[in-house]
Design a binder for this molecule. Structure first.
Ligand code: DX5
Ligand code: ZN
Length: 218
């Protein structure tokens, strides 16, 4: 499978959001990655449903919504109604993860589970057959523009092995510090989806940057 690119709008220009969305509509991006932070699970606050609804009006690609909030089960329906297509919750934020994953799927969305850099992948063994995607954080969640954590390569390998052992079928998404120095290696290791925020929106030509991530021509 050709890998997917999901630019993170955390690094977009929010005063020109429509322009940023239109540009990404034209690009080789496959999804739009939206980072929702509550100031409790992570030490930062971003945006919520009203902004997602506005983005949905113009977006021509699926919304890949990454929840960095405590008790995300409180808002599953609301995120669905706001336009989320893929909803990812954190393992560390869910007491009843299995139930939450089922609720996301019953609401008609794809379900993702995310792991912080310090959380081992083997903890996901009993949920692997229920999820559509595992998001491995390659920085500590909360901010764009941080340095990629190299231990992520090992986690991708371990997750691939665990998936095969369990006959599970899910995408592996990598989020944090992705750029031209690690993208190729991440895909070779087995990543299916690359999130990139500052590397895309901080570049001179975001369209070209997305293309380079898609075709790995650096
Ligand atoms: C971080 C977010 C990321 C972030 C990535 O907590 O989950 O999606 O936007 O930004 P970069 O690509 O700049 O590391
Ligand atoms: Zn994210």
């Amino acid at each position: 499978m050709q890998h997917l690119i999901s630019p993170s709008f955390l690094s977009a220009d929010f005063t020109n959001l429509e322009r940023e969305i239109m540009q990404m509509n034209k690009s080789e991006a496959d999804w739009f990655h939206l980072d929702i932070m509550d100031g409790v699970f992570v030490p930062n606050i971003t945006f919520g449903m009203p902004v997602i609804k506005q983005i949905k009006k113009h977006a021509q690609k699926p919304l890949d919504v990454h929840l960095m909030i405590v008790q995300p089960e409180r808002y599953i329906e609301e995120f669905k109604n706001s336009g989320a297509d893929i909803l990812t919750v954190h393992y560390e934020a869910c007491t009843h993860l299995h139930r939450t994953v089922q609720q996301i799927k019953s609401a008609g969305m794809k379900a993702g589970v995310s792991l912080n850099p310090h959380t081992p992948v083997h903890l996901l063994e009993d949920i692997l057959n229920d999820v559509d995607m595992i998001l491995l954080m390659s920085v500590n969640p909360g901010f764009g523009g941080q340095k990629f954590i190299k231990n992520t390569y090992k986690k991708i390998n371990q997750l691939k092995i665990l998936g095969e052992k369990n006959g599970a079928d899910f995408l592996i998404e990598i989020d944090g510090g992705v750029d031209n120095s690690n993208a190729k290696k991440l895909i070779e290791a087995g990543a299916d989806v690359l999130v990139a925020g500052s590397f895309v929106f901080g570049s001179e030509n975001p369209l070209e940057t997305v293309k380079s991530l898609k075709y790995l021509n650096f």
